[in-house]
Design a protein around this ligand. Sequence first.
Ligand code: NAD
Length: 414
Amino acid sequence: MNVYENAQAQMNKAFETGKHFDWDKNKLPVILEPQRIIEIRIPVKMDDGTVKVFTWYRSQHNDARWPFKGWIRFHQDVDKHEVMALSIWMSIKCTVVWIPLWGGKWGVIVNPKELSESELEQLSRWYVRQLYKYIGPGQDVPAPDVNTNPKIMAWMMDEYSMLVWKYSPGSFTGKPMQAWGSAGRWEATAQGWVYVLQTILKLKGQDIEWKKIIIQGAGNAGLTMASLMIDLWATIVWISDSKWAIYNADGIDIEEIKKIKNNRESVINYKDADSVWDKEILEKDCDILIPAALENQITENNAKNIKAKLILELANGPTTPEADEILYGKWTSIIPDILANAGGVMVSYFEQVQNDMNFYWEADEVQEKLHKKITEAAANVYETASEHESDMRTWAYIIAMKKIFEAMWARHTY
Ligand code: NAD
């Protein structure tokens, strides 16, 4: 199954599991597919004078609870199904943590490492020129994801503001502070992942201290999480990138890995590895497994060999529905992506709120608001799933779908 089919299978399973709520079955088909998919081509004049055409996809899932919110991903492997799946997951994510936004996703087929800065800027500004009627505060507010960053968000916000003749900082989030971003945005986003993990471990009567951790994906999310885990006295025993994995029983020095990755080298260049490996590390021995790379990594082929008793999904969509069943059968807890990494969209929402008010909070106020909302959501999902002797993903979906159906009913959207 592709990731879009995975997202639909997860929703179907939740609908079936939650059928005692007496749900109106006519509502399910309305949210099983995105409401609007936009596909456009953007020409960019390259530095050497040639013109290259890039494909952009935008999926807007459903407008029961406007406005849309969704990340912009620049990657050579982006495809339409991935963008559609990510927009569905964003709807569920926003509703699980109860923020008034709805799922969208942008994906661009491009390897940004092959573009100069001015080519990248043209690509970003051109897309706003073509689509500004579909975006903006109150309509659709994009934010950065894989290979996009605050600088790109500032270019896009600037282009949008010029097109609508109105300074509009709330048109994009994840902006730099100089362009009315939120204080402590990245720190708070990452801290959100930790709050979720801490809340659920505490409810299980456990702590992060001395836990052995595997991180798949030495990128932005994986390395930031690794540092935060070390600060809480956990040990990163394995870490991987797309080519290699390294192991050290006493813990890997993540600051060294960051330097290596900043030089665009592989983790294999780390000097203190006890051993190196050129295959997947998901099946290695550990307490907590953190997939932080790509979709569809934990599948029916490797799930039965996974030794971790807890999986924290930092990546979006790393586990297939078949693997979910196998892992649940082995009593492995999965903290699903739609909860685990929801801190990011929450902090983006806070940025949007500050832009709308034109009044800005200190970093610790952002953290405090995030902590309250995300720990409540994590406890709610864990406790509801435990009460029903079920898994957290299914109950996160049920909690979200119940609220979505209520919003559709209240607005009479069909
Ligand atoms: P990134 O591109 O910075 O990092 C991804 C890393 O994964 C790269 O180092 C790459 O080499 C590695 N990788 C690719 N294939 C791999 C494989 N098979 N095995 C091991 N490593 C592999 O991307 P990122 O921003 O860290 O995002 C990673 C995931 O986390 C995505 O699903 C993203 O949506 C999600 N996420 C990102 C953020 C964010 O703000 N960056 C926040 C929450 C969730």
